[in-house]
Design a protein around this ligand. Sequence first.
Ligand code: NAD
Length: 457
Amino acid sequence: MANYADIVEKAKSAFNSNQTKSLHLRKHHLRQLLKLLNENSSDLQIALASDLRKSKQEAVLFEIEYLKNDIINALGSLESWMKTERPDKPLINIMDDVLIHKDPYGVVLVMGAWNYPLQLTLLPVVGAIAAGNSVIIKPSEIAPATAKLIAELIPKYLNRDAFPVILGGVEETTLLLKQRFDYIFYTGSTSVGKIVRAAANEYLTPVTLELGGKSPLYIDGTVNMDIAVKRIIWGKCINAGQTCIAPDYVLCTRQVQNSFVEKAKQLLKAWYTDDPKNSPDFCRIVSEKHFVRLLDLMTNSGSIAVGGRHDKKDLYIEPTILTDVEPTDPIMKEEIFGPILPILIVDNAYDAINYINSRNHSPLALYVFTKNKAVIDNMLENVKAGGVCVNDTVVHVTVENLPFGGVGLSGMGAYHGKHTFDTFTHRKSCLVKDFNIIGESFSSAKYPPYSDKKLSM
Ligand code: NAD
């Protein structure tokens, strides 16, 4: 096992010796990352296909191009992001300089997730580099081909001491977390998020935790059902449902359910044929452990209205819709993270809100499908969620000006676009005075001897 103390020490030395901080170096490192993505796109696609049988379209759109756009945006905006801010000053400081300086934290640890193993590892890295930090990069071992390729490629393009990559699983992560970092950014499950936060507490290290949970979707009868079904099934089927903000379950009336299921059946056939197993566009479950978990949820909850076929050898689960689901069914007890969509019957939006709020886990995403503005307002007002998307799924994460993150058990902190830069930047408050006699006279009341007269000045 690598010597983690030594790796962190080298990253610290690189930071302290100004190998990451200047605008010039930040831009250089970002350009190198862009070059890495441009020059290795096909190898990255092969690795993603090996880990998740990700199609070229999903690999390019949701991982490689997504990252490239983020880097290009950071390169274009970096100077303005880094600019020292000069907030309004109170009268007493009229002669002084009042500044907010944008400091990098120092050595940050980024722990990626396996479901979008390239994007979710490197997107925080882009912001951490833009903010001038050294970054220790820990890809997820659960997507081993992508993790290995990241570990091979990063040292070819970036300074090895400032941007080391660490591979490994639970044992390695446990040891790594004993080191002292200046910031930790973790993407993954809520249970491991708690472990990361507990480890960070040792040094009061600030953390961003991008976690998960069940993201509910409410749909009523006012919608254009053809479009709604496309947007919902797409959000559930990309990456075979292994998306942290995939719609986890649907809440609707029985009448809406019938129309939804009928249209979804036709749509799935049109997209993936009668046998989605042979479609090149449909991903696989990441591991046997996750396959077995999903199969257990599917076979012990409600009844299968669409899909249900599976193949353990191929880690394949067909896009599946479950009806007759009860809140007590296993599928409603945990985040699904697979291509299974249960439908729970409610009478109206009010019931849906009550159900969502009765769970103790605020969702990472809330989806509302309706043309009724009062329903939208009601949902926005009354449901606590990391983010909300009305009349579509998943795509709110592509709006880079919107901070992406959870609330409560679905996470803390947020990123994307400038928000990632802000995450990895300490806003250092600075008050700079001189020895001007007039300025000094403004403060004369603060010095002893104290008196009632000075108190009223
Ligand atoms: P996980 O969270 O269990 O594992 C992630 C990493 O934690 C692994 O690399 C593993 O080595 C490490 N780990 C596991 N147990 C550990 C321990 N005891 N001590 C130290 N390290 C440990 O992975 P998962 O549960 O398969 O991830 C899926 C979850 O991640 C879902 O809940 C999903 O919603 C969430 N997620 C969230 C986002 C987001 O952006 N918010 C993105 C992707 C996934």
